[in-house]
Design a protein around this ligand. Sequence first.
Ligand code: ATP
Ligand code: MG
Length: 300
Amino acid sequence: MSAEEFVKRARSLSRAYRVTAGKKFRLADYDPADTGTLGSGDKPQAKKALRAGVKAMAQLQEMLYAQDRWSVLLVFQAMDAAGKDSAIKHVMSGVNPQGCQVFSFKAPSKEELDHDYLWRCLKRLPERGRIGIFNRSYYEEVLVVRVHPAILDGQELPPVLVTDRIWTERFEDIRNVERYLTRNGVVIRKFFLHVSKEEQQGRFLDRIDRPEKNWKFSAADIAERAHWDDYMRAYEEMIRHTATKEAPWYVVPADKKWFTRMVVASAIVDALGSLDLHFPTVDKAGRKELAKLRKELEAE
Ligand code: ATP
Ligand code: MG
């Protein structure tokens, strides 16, 4: 597949996983092991397509940068070992590092807790012309914080503001902020890498068995795994309330990494492709000026 072909097919490749209206969303309708119309025999073909996708992305990103009007925010959320890091690595492998910024959000620091929860993320938004990646994000505020009420207790909020409406309020605020950003030229795409509990178990075992992967494993990951069902409920609620037309969620099957990467690449290429990007052109007066400068340069 060529880069041009990939751009053409990007929409149909990723559309099945895109959620723009959450009301009817049910996580159970999405199979983590889904590989679309492809079977495991198509893996080499999918890898080739990914290369085309990466090339297409690089070309589009150059124009995004040159045009310096839009910025693109890609949000990644997932359970541990779902493949966030490797999806980011593979999908962004072809883009110019100057036009791309990646930030990871871990448990907040004391300084961060002294602010509203969006503060640390808003500081990291991509500038115009750039692609920004959030490896975890403010969505943790309706995921890990919801699954572990003790974290909410530690957030130093005025107690009267912590009511049973807090999640609905956070969803509303997030929707509003994302709409605000969209209206300012930030194109938002959100990815939930949907891995199954069985596949996560296999990947954890692999991380324990292979010395070079030990560093990726922590006992805390096992503790979170014990809350699997609570997390799935929290993810479903999150998508139901924050999937919008302007900032869609992609529920990406994550049991097969080669497929995950292809869907993510397609969604990004689709987003960039819809922006009508082009290299800025010079008007007549500008061209005249250039011709004059050329002559001077030549005459040196
Ligand atoms: P990852 O788990 O994303 O691959 P990592 O293992 O290098 O990265 P960790 O030290 O595990 O990093 O940090 C991520 C952890 O931080 C996750 O368990 C996540 O739930 C937690 N976290 C992120 N944001 C928040 C938040 N706002 N409040 C509490 N915990 C958070
Ligand atoms: Mg971790």
